[in-house]
Design a binder for this molecule. Sequence first.
Ligand code: SAM
Length: 527
Amino acid sequence: MRVAKLNILPWAKLNGCHDDVLLYPRPTSRSDNIRPFIRSPNYILHYQSINKMLKSTFAPIFSAFPAKHRTRQPSSTAVFRVFAHTPESVQQNASANSHTSILPPYLFHPTSAYVHLPFCRKRCHYCDFPIVALGSSSTQIDDDPRIVNYMQLLSREINATRPGTTTNPPLETVFFGGGTPSLVPPSLVSSILETLRLKFGLCLDAEISMEMDPGTFDAKKMKELMDLGVNRVSLGVQAFQEELLKACGRAHGLKEVYEAIETVKSCGVENWSMDLISSLPHQTPEMWEESLRLTIEQQPQHVSVYDLQVEQGTKFGVLYTPGEFPLPSETQSADFYKMASRTLSDAGYNHYEISSYCKSGFECKHNFTYWKNEPFYAFGLGSASYVGGLRFTRPKKMREYMGYVENLENGSVGCNENIHIDGKDMAMDVVMLSLRTARGLDLRSFAEAYGDSLVHSLCESYRPYVESGHVVCLNEQRRALAADEFNSVLFKEDKDQAKMAYIWLSDPDGFLLSNEMISLAFRVISP
Ligand SMILES: C[S@@+](CC[C@H](N)C(=O)[O-])C[C@H]1O[C@@H](n2cnc3c(N)ncnc32)[C@H](O)[C@@H]1O
């Protein structure tokens, strides 16, 4: 990452922009076929947006979209056709979500909320998220004033947030991410859920997820959380080798991993997920194979596989350089990715998103909100919301966050005061987010929003990749078009345009090339 940053700064300066303003990768003529999605130095600006999203559920919530910097004025190009001109009155009256309505998804009313609970016992060596390290010896967690005070602040933030209208649909998903949310006493989690319920409403069958770490909960706590409505657990396991857990600076060992899994299962949590990280320092293919095998043995309904990101300012960032020993090379990382895809697919998991696998019906509903580019609330330190077409990132430092909540209460700031994301950015977000999923990019709704000619140019730029099999074009029935068929529809020899309904990246080779595919799309959208 340090190397990558150097690559990009001259370009930022060349364009007369502050580098923070640039969200998308510098077009590059170089294409590396085995470059894992998130590891390319040439994509550092893109990295700011995508890399975080690959990491996890938390990802889109933080700097995935550095909203504050998205202050370019709406573009006057034809790219942004329908949605850009949705009148303000329509936006304001978007009271209830009719997903069949003509409103673009970003103007639906939010039915998802992310809640950031930043406390950890200690910081992991790879982690650069806004957290508060309580100290491993901290035993009086339940009445730790740092937690109690933060939870009060969080309630105040929720209460001070203006829902768009009085006819909000109730929340359908809530995601407690961290940090280590399972460190927070259930009584305090309860007060947040109650605040959300009173403020926005909460569906009886809402998906309520919580990130939980081994060694931070027992059966009593798990049951209390379930009684509050927590019905989806995301367990941060990362690796099944004691030495790797230690090397990552995890606050738990393997014994706690197995105890935590046992607790989750014995308490009857029916929807639980496991997080694993590949490309860790000194991780061998045999270790990775073992972690995947042991994961499958435990039969979680969902598995998230993240490729290690070496972040500046972390211990790993100081110690290691991506691609250099003891980290794997890019080819080895790609092999890890392929091994995960093959092994988990063989075990009956659907690879439904670039880093997510699940048993049928266990997709994470909350994360789909992000991938469908639908709006969501966010509360807490460093979290980013997306409401009414605006992305807003909260301060990452506690003191500043406190000030933000105070200002929100006295009305001097709002979380809806950002400038709308411009049309090109929006189109890029849609491509970037939807190509992460196995559903792919819906070409017809994309054409409706941004124009047929843009879809045509996009398909044309993907032609070589359709031929190589990295990109797949599907018809309405999701049958893959052969390259010849794709070409003849593209060049209108075949007039049945409806045949081109979705663009989708093949698994695993297309997913591995997604950086390049997204970058190509960006060049088409913003030449
Ligand atoms: C918000 S984090 C923290 C959740 C939980 N406290 C934990 O550490 O297990 C969610 C997940 O992101 C992944 N993650 C965090 N930082 C990462 C990094 N630098 N590279 C790859 N994955 C990362 C880990 O798998 C982690 O479980």
